[in-house]
Write a protein that binds this ligand. Sequence first.
Ligand SMILES: Nc1ncnc2c1ncn2[C@@H]1O[C@H](COP(=O)(O)OP(=O)(O)OP(=O)(O)O)[C@@H](O)[C@H]1O
Length: 814
Amino acid sequence: MSLSAAANKISENDFQNIGPAPRPPGAAFNKTQPITSYLNQLDLQDKRNEQRGAGNGNRKSGWVSYKDDGILSFLWQKRYMVLSDSYLTLYKNEPRAGSDDAVLQIPLTTIVSVSRTQLKQNCFEVVRSSDRNSSASGSSVGSSGNGSGGSDGSRKTMYIATKTEIDLHSWLDAIFAKCPLLSGVSSPTNFTHKVHVGFDPETGSFVGMPSNWEKLLKHSRITGEDWNNNSAAVIQVLQFYQEYNGAGTATASNNSSTTSLPKASINQGQYGGQQSRQNSHDMLPQRKPPTPPSVQHRPKLQVSTSHQNYQTSQQSPYQSFNNKYASPLQNKPLNSHLPSPPAHKLPYPQQVQGQNSSQLKQHRQNGYAQDASRFKHNMQNPYLTSTPPSSSPSSSKEQVSQRHAPQQRPPVNNSPYSNSSTPPPQRLHPQRAAPAVLKPPAQPAPSTAAAAAAMNQSRPEAGPKFLQPNREAPKKPDAHPKKDVGVTKQRKPTKPTMSNAEIMAKLKSVTFNTDPTPFFQMVEKAGQGASGSVYLAQRTQLPDYGEGDLNEQIGEQHIGDKVAIKQMILSKQPRKELIVNEILVMKDSQHKNIVNFLEAYLKTEDDLWVVMEYMEGGSLTDLIENSPTNGSNHAPLTEPQIAYIVRETCQGLKFLHDKHIIHRDIKSDNVLLDHRARVKITDFGFCAKLTDKRSKRATMVGTPYWMAPEVVKQREYDEKVDVWSLGIMTIEMLEGEPPYLNEDPLKALYLIATNGTPKLKQPEVLSLKIKRFLSVCLCVDVKYRASTEELLHHSFFDMSCDPRDLTSLLEWKK
Ligand SMILES: Nc1ncnc2c1ncn2[C@@H]1O[C@H](COP(=O)(O)OP(=O)(O)OP(=O)(O)O)[C@@H](O)[C@H]1O
């Protein structure tokens, strides 16, 4: 098959739908108030019913607020409750003659306990036995009664809140009077029952939640305070996190894969010196020992909202682009009193004295204690204000985090980080090497056994499900039928937009159907991705493919050229369409800042080789982690080096954006450098094409730590999500890692959604230019976030160094 057939420009149709857009959360869900406040909006009580007596043989009825403990039942719902002689029934509306919209009907014979609870004001719980063989012939109506409840075993609990205390007593008395399994005398109602809304600070755990969510929350270190601050955001991130990753899939992420080189010959002689590095690459991408944590005082940078940043501006966002962020400093030049750090060594207090690399590694793996309360919203400018941290950690709300306090780290006095003597509990931690990538639900891969056998070589095993940065199929959404409770919008399972056959046909149209083994000599493994391994190879032959585009492409290649070959086993790809995506984008994106696609081969129906230009320098992540200054008190890269790399990346992005393509996974892992420090973007599997008809996207893809808030919040988004990620990548070069990396991905999502612009660790050592630059990249309000076009005019890029000034950073490869 000739490539010529596939040489057409990319059209929208070439982009596979990699998942349905999540429906935006409902209006109630968008509210960022504690769950308790929803109740206050309800008219809880039909006043008329307050007058009715209890246990007098009459029906008692009235409006209440209701919640059961079934899955996804987080919100209180307004219900009309009727207590008759035989049933306690909840209706959506006040029942009228002939109408019956009961949502739950509980035979009184099944009610085993009724007691007051402090779940919320004027609240009581009704526990019923769901054992159909019990004395009662239970009959439930609606979803709440069909087993979705999460109570232990055969018991289900529902919560009822009334508007007034008097009404509460009246209901309790009435129910007690009518339920045969109760004593007929109500329990005392004026005691304190320690049950808390959503989060029990005593046990440190969430209550009343589905256990899988509770587990996720526990691992994520989302705290009760987070919950109280923004319960809606917690539910929101839980919801889509579960949808994309599957609940309860959290596992340690440190698996290695066992990948052997392909059968093609390996020139050990020439490249033997690389063997040890190659071995290290045989693992799933593991990053280096962690950035040494700081235990120094950190200036606290205030988080802002973009609204505040711009509200005084009379100019259009980019008329004022260059001075907008200057104004606060003009009033108060924060850094003017500070000596300018030498450009090549920005001081960063990241070193823990005496911490060796294994400790650091352990530190990375064990994670960090943290206090989510440190992330306080306020209305200061994000990167232009530098407020020294409070030296007193006494206020829990103001307390500086222990993010960089490893469990084994000896206590360091004189530090706001050192006051915790309690080691944080063990939990799952994101690995820098393998940040969780949230990608849309995927079809399960077909059986791989036959294909693997045919390959006659070992292949990377599926990595851990939770944190693998890959295209592995996330777990299917919870099989439980979800109730729409006005909060959660259920995502329908993804329907593949193309059949396997169609995908294969598309793939064949952009690849050669021939065995490329004779054309290349495999040299060494260059890297391991989730979808396959990348090898350094040398061209040994220039095949004659006949007429067509191929000759054009091959014509530019020479025997002896180094190339990168990414090998993928198709049957192991849960999302083959992503690979088609990647090839199509790369083919049509010949640009100096985009990794050049050369050709692709479908060696067998199952074995795909994608040939690209070889980027000797490795990824920007490698560069950061191997920087001589990483782990010291200095930023891994200097500002001029950063300016150069970001400018080059931005050029590549602008090229894509001009074609209305969003990359959607910009991060240091996806920026590669060659031996001359040329900078190129790679990994186009998650690109999306915007069109006139579809100028926005909503599918959540990417890697949590780099995700823009609008993606996390499941709002519609456009190319500017890449600009946000570019800003986060800039922080990686300054601080060694993206914000919240040491947080569980779920918590990171929560923090992105609620904190907005992240804080810098040490803004006072940074130039005004880079802070301005970050401000316009990391602007929560997309309107005011810069486009790539605008960024390219930013004065930050004036300080870009010559690429030769990066060669020292590439030394580690040699
Ligand atoms: N063109 C290239 N030249 C040199 N090394 C490369 C090239 N492409 C990838 N690599 C190396 O291989 C590693 C894996 O690349 P790959 O694109 O497969 O990773 P990934 O994005 O993590 O996975 P995937 O795309 O399969 O989800 C990279 O981190 C990089 O070190």
